[in-house]
Design a protein around this ligand. Sequence first.
Ligand code: G4P
Length: 538
Amino acid sequence: MTEIAREVERRRSFAIISHPDAGKTTLTEKLLLYGGAIQLAGTVKGRKSDRHATSDWMAMEQERGISVTSTVMQFPYRERIVNLLDTPGHGDFSEDTYRTLTAVDSALMVIDAAKGVEERTKKLMEVCRLRATPIMTFMNKLDREGRDPVELMDEVEEVLGIQCAPVTWPIGMGQRFRGVFHLLQDRVHLFPGGGERVTEGEVIEGLDNPRLDEAIGDQAAELREEIELVAAASHEFDAEAYRRGELTPVFFGSAINNFGVEELLDEFVAHAPPPLPRPATVASGKDADPAEGEARTVDPAEEKLTGFVFKIQANMDPNHRDRIAFMRVCSGVFRKGMKVHQVRTGKDQRVSNPLVFLAKDREGAEEAYPGDIVGLPNHGTIRIGDTFSEGEKLKFTGIPNFAPELFRRVVLKDPMKNKALNKGLEQLTEEGATQLFRPLVNNDLILGAVGQLQFDVVAARLKDEYGVDARFEPVNVSTARWVESSDPRELERFEKRVEEHLARDGGGDLAYLAPTKINLDLAMERWPDIDFRATREH
Ligand code: G4P
């Protein structure tokens, strides 16, 4: 086995998906506790009460008690190296979250046991389904009264359309919460009560062990009965079905009490997939467009470096307008100071000061392997979706751009600043959270976003970083679709007939801006040979 293959085998890269307040931040902290050595990168992400502000933009983040930026954390656990890609919890930044999900190999779903499946979880689950991402489930807050565990699993199965296989089972809840039973190991782990430390809690081997009756009294008999029912009525854990994304192993616990987390982490490192081969296309000739080339699957153990950019983050320091592009390594080894080839521009770049997100005990090491994330500083030359290689004209596929749902016309207060506005908008929209549309028939600048908050962020940053005072006003657009056709003449006819609804996005692609949903439906009906897409692949 080559060194790369060995490193690939050790890696587990994942993200946590949840509805806000389910306990993602808390669980992240506890997972990192087990890793022991922590390196936080990107931003100092603390509890809501003590987040550090490093710019006005961050101050706004703090004010509103949300995290706009993502964080990459790496920690060793047992024989593995785990990469946890944090995603912004606030719904307005869901585009960012969606793309982060393209950079991981599996996900962890956190559900508040009192609330069950909530709105954002449903949306994120849809995204995971696009790539059949394997998902483990953590039912949180068992220290409080919640819903019946059987009912919770039924809801996940019905609403999210994935089979549930309980791996641990709760013994009571709220005041009566006594611990969890591990179905695969036939072992009870008693809840020792609250605490910030990694608490142990008594472990009792075997459901039939008389020690269990001593420890929890009547609840022991209740548990035995329940387990009998659960075993008969629910799905059995099946590692293959999990890896296919058809079944989710379910764990119960309390993140804040650090309980049930170790069971989760143990099964996670045992069963979650290592970095997998990824689909790409390769240019057929020297000057050909790789996006239109032949399909090729990139194996992570290949010797040559490949990777793609899934996120761009403006630097926290407003005096230096450089930005960090987050690249997931897909194959080969990334070494500090190496030359990489940016496929879109055809240019080679030496990356002398990359951010490599490593666990603390690996500091000093300057290599990143498949599944790891590397931060590439740049001044706006790197875009979301960019592929890097050691020279191969390759493009990774499947990094989606979602159609925005909110639109505003950008209005400049000082017309002299038009140039700065255009530049600012171009650069900010390249980060991917918002999208810029230029109508074919006028000089408007229309900004599309997935959430209202994004407009505020753009306005604040235009002022801060580009010295431009702009405001946003309503515009008669309610939804957008990227349009394409395999029939160029039909597309031309379409362009002429509906010109007043068409615009070019930041990348020059054609989009249909519909004033109403009905208008869109009619247009789609009228133009059957035109593809209207809600997502555009980078
Ligand atoms: P999020 O990142 O998914 O938005 O959730 P976060 O971890 O911030 O948790 C949301 C709230 O739920 C927090 O309370 C947190 O303390 C609480 N919580 C997390 N895990 C558990 C648990 O296992 N049991 C109970 N009872 N509560 C839990 P908060 O009061 O909103 O915030 P804070 O002031 O404690 O930070």
